[in-house]
Design a protein around this ligand. Structure first.
Ligand SMILES: Cc1ncc(COP(=O)(O)O)c(C=O)c1O
Length: 400
């Protein structure tokens, strides 16, 4: 079929890579044992690529809330809120997420992808400009395409480049939505938010911040990087996901702007998809309470993150620029990355294999994400598995 012709190059790459062994799409976790362990391809394996930052997926309160909602309200809503109406749980979750962020307005989406894509696509229109960090997540890029706005990229984490581009826009800067992430998901680097907020204020632009990987991770209350840097007032729209620190699935946008209620009627990713299921809503609400009630989870997460970063740095690996819950190990050559990824699996460690074009600068990564639920012994096991890689085969390029 002619339609498949465009996939030929991809299919050839896949064949070539599959000759080295299974790829992540084909690896099955046969049993999930805990937030940090599973049986993968028949072997007990430490899960070090889950984004389960606070380890809440097996929390008894979250499970019980989900179970109760499943019993009381059924398995699904079977439609969108526009068509089928809003359940009390949707409304309560929106009120609670708004209160958590100390913003007046919140919209809950069915996934995090829908939240960032749907907000970017709805906020900017054909007369507007989207000025986005070059390393933005796919959901932001897809939102840009759907918006019809002019799309301009600024250099990753570079406020000077952002300022230069806003200056060039002149009066159009006032119709510009700047988009950045808090913690970037691939390299684990943090946006220079103080500078970004100062620049967008100087030129009168608006800012949307995707805190998907920062919620629950940064800030005294766990609200994200904007809280930690003291610039929450300068962020017009925060979008995020329930699928990482909150251990469920879904997304949200919060804002101080009352017009968010109008955006609800303009965002196709919100209007034309089934609303989150009652059990997901209930588990998410329980997890949100835990972020507030258990700050020690955040402390433990950071202890684990620093332990892993220090251990891998000591082994001589080239890592992402700063310690944090995402620790990226650079590998120059995708084939080496795949071989190393298989060896890690053999050693009972699952990390994320990230190969171009999904990576910044087209370099391959072995991406680890850390959980508060990892034990120090598990972190040491991960470090040891990486260290043995290097010793056994020089498998990871970029090592000292
Ligand atoms: C920055 C960013 N935004 C949005 C998403 C999408 O979130 P979800 O997977 O919950 O749909 C992700 C997922 O990894 C992400 O990293």
């Amino acid at each position: 079929m002619k339609l498949f012709e465009k996939f030929e190059a991809l299919a050839a790459t896949r064949e070539h890579l599959l000759a080295m062994g299974p790829l992540p799409f084909g690896v099955v976790t046969e049993r999930i044992l805990s937030p940090t362990e599973g049986i993968v391809e028949g072997r007990r394996t430490i899960l070090a690529g889950t984004n389960n930052y606070l380890g809440l997926t097996f929390d008894p309160a979250c499970i019980e809330a989900g179970r109760q909602a499943l019993t009381d309200e059924g398995t699904g809503t079977t439609g969108s809120r526009m068509a089928n109406g809003t359940y009390a749980g949707h409304r309560a979750l929106e009120e609670e997420i708004a209160a958590f962020y100390d913003r007046r307005h919140a919209i809950v989406f069915t996934t995090g992808f829908a939240a960032s894509m749907g907000m970017v696509a709805a906020l900017a229109g054909p007369d507007d400009v989207l000025l986005i960090d070059a390393d933005s997540h796919a959901s932001i890029y897809d939102g840009c395409r759907l918006s019809g706005a002019e799309i301009i990229r600024f250099r990753h984490n570079n406020p000077e480049d952002l300022a230069k581009r806003l200056r060039r826009l002149g009066e159009r800067a006032a119709r510009t939505l700047v988009v950045s992430e808090g913690l970037f998901s691939m390299l684990g680097d943090q946006a220079p938010l103080e500078e970004i907020v100062a620049v967008k204020d100087e030129y009168g632009a608006a800012l949307l911040l995707d805190e998907a990987h920062s919620m629950g991770v940064f800030g005294e209350r766990g609200r994200g990087l904007a809280e930690a840097r003291g610039v929450e007032d300068g962020v017009d729209f925060v979008v995020g996901t329930f699928s990482k620190s909150l251990g469920s699935v879904g997304g949200f946008c919060v804002s101080k702007h009352p017009q968010l209620e109008i955006v609800r009627m303009a965002s196709r990713a919100y209007i034309f998809t089934a609303s989150p299921t009652p059990s997901i809503v209930a588990s998410t609400r329980a997890a949100l309470r835990l972020i507030r009630a258990r700050p020690e989870l955040r402390t433990r997460l950071w202890e684990n993150a620093r332990r892993l970063y220090a251990g891998l740095a000591e082994c001589g690996f080239e890592l992402g620029p700063e310690p944090g819950p995402v620790v990226a190990v650079f590998v120059d050559d995708p084939e080496r990355a795949i071989r190393s990824w298989h060896r890690l699996l053999d050693a009972g460690v699952y990390v994320n294999l990230v190969i171009p074009p999904a990576t910044p600068d087209n370099r391959a990564l072995l991406r680890c994400s850390i959980s508060a639920a990892h034990t120090p012994a598990q972190i040491d096991h991960i470090v040891e598995a990486f260290a043995n890689l290097d010793a056994a085969a020089g498998a990871v390029a970029g090592t000292a």
